[in-house]
Design a protein around this ligand. Sequence first.
Ligand code: HAM
Length: 421
Amino acid sequence: MGSELWSPLPGMSDIVWPEVSLWQKVEDVTRWIMSLYGFREIRTPILERTTVFIRAIGEGTDVVQKEMFTFEDRGGRAVALRPEGTAGVMRALCAMGQDLAGSRVYYMGPMFRAERPQAGRRRQFHQIGAESLGPASPHADAECMALMSHLLAACGVRRVKIRIHTRGAMADAPQVREALVSNLRSVAPTLCLDCQRRLESHPLRILDCKQPGCRRVVESLPPLTDWMSSASREYFEATCNLLETLGVPFEVDRHLVRGLDYYEHTIWEAVHPALGAQDAVAGGGRYRIQFGDRTIEGVGFAVGVERLLLAMQGEGISADERGGAPKVWLVAVGPDALQANLVAVQRWRQAGVPCGMDVTGRSVKGQMRLADRSGARWVLVRGEEELQAGTFRCKDMTSGQDRTMAVEEIERKLLSSGTLE
Ligand code: HAM
């Protein structure tokens, strides 16, 4: 019973030491990079009214149809754990009531999708997302992709490939859909059963089906851009040109569609070779979302943090096993020394020196073992005799050298230079 009670739910994980040091690194890098681009942090609730996601993401999408954790709260409201960040952030910005154009926000936090857990696909996962609001502009789209590329590089991920494509303006969507369906209808029997169903509900999704039969059909189709307006084609071309000018490497992938309904114009995904079948480390695009009487336009992306960490590990970046080690560890021989040590660590910590000691009543041998494990550079030991003399026995854990030092000297050195050398 114990072990079942202790394990997290399927598809969910505890994030523990030392791996958490990589999470902290990624979060620190994110704060720094976002500030360079003028994005401010926004934190929205994890639980929202289900309609927020239906409105923004689209009624017929897989995320809304199959992947949301939904339930009724005690007040009888239909609520859902957020499956992604954009919808809730748009709701929050609308609630702030300001002119949204020019708003730039980023967020980090857990998202939930009731998918079948597998490598790279979790039920609770984390995203780092950014949203830049304003009317459609290739400059905004290129800047947003440059930001994502900068963020991934700053985390140490270099072997990433950005695939981009266009959905065309939302106004083009009916004609694109119609042309696609009429091209596919005659070959419908050769499509897989899922795609035969998608033909009427979500024909675009057929483009990213992995079944060989569907792939063959898709390869023989003309590019979707053929059915878009010339303005949409020019928009895409301008975005690609700007990316080249900015030196952001990308490839055009005419089968990329993305599974959320709010997109128009530029869409993209960043993939990494260390990730296997679920190889998208990030995805984004330009969107247009109708919330009540407001239409919100913007461009953004989200990085999957679990996948980012796998990519980082694939590039040789590992968790910091020694990070956060105290500078000094105090060992007490006897109860008087124990109390005096507690007073000392409190004073030194308040002065900004990371230090540690055992507070669980271990023997001297046990305390020494703990001191060794802590990774502290210096271990300071005192008993009755040292207390009387106002000294510590100081062991340098790097050189193994032992010496006796006065408490005042230790304090002076630690508080001024942070070292006992
Ligand atoms: P998305 O492509 O659904 O886009 O998710 C973004 C990233 O989240 C994916 O590339 C992947 O790394 C990660 N991810 C998604 N589902 C899972 C899962 N079940 N387990 C682990 N990682 C996962 C969005 O969510 C959009 N809101 C992005 C966006 C922001 N577009 C515009 N603004």
